[in-house]
Design a protein around this ligand. Sequence first.
Ligand code: FES
Length: 159
Amino acid sequence: MFDVNKVDAIIEKHGAEQRALTAMLQDIQGEYNYLPREALEHLAQKMKLPLIQVYQVARFYRAFSLEPRGKHSITVCLGTACHVRGGVAVADQVGRLLGIKPGETTKDRRFSFDTVNCLGCCALGPVMVVDGQYYGKMAASKVERVLAKYSGEEVATNA
Ligand code: FES
């Protein structure tokens, strides 16, 4: 839930400096796991910035999300090294089990799913990352077991 005091504290922490806008957005996302519209409107008003400018920064960086994110973040690498070793099948299996596409979040907000073009550990490919934990040499057949670690007894789906 949006809390004006939290956003005010973040603005204060950064000295209400316009050049710290990106850092403020990082802190807001850290607080809410995404950038709530109300928080961006309040930030723009307090900083005396056009709302469009705040949104431009928020949209420029891929790390920012304007939509609510899941509790657990899943990333599957589809870079060349991972692609040729079956990364697409891993990504397809994640999407099938969760009922979402890359860039989406499950309705229960348990998982968000994204793909990237390289994670810098190509020798481990195909690579899947969940909440910062790397799973190398992945295969479609291993996906359900990995997801089960993050979802209790069963994999949450949109079905
Ligand atoms: S291509 Fe997947 S980690 Fe580099």
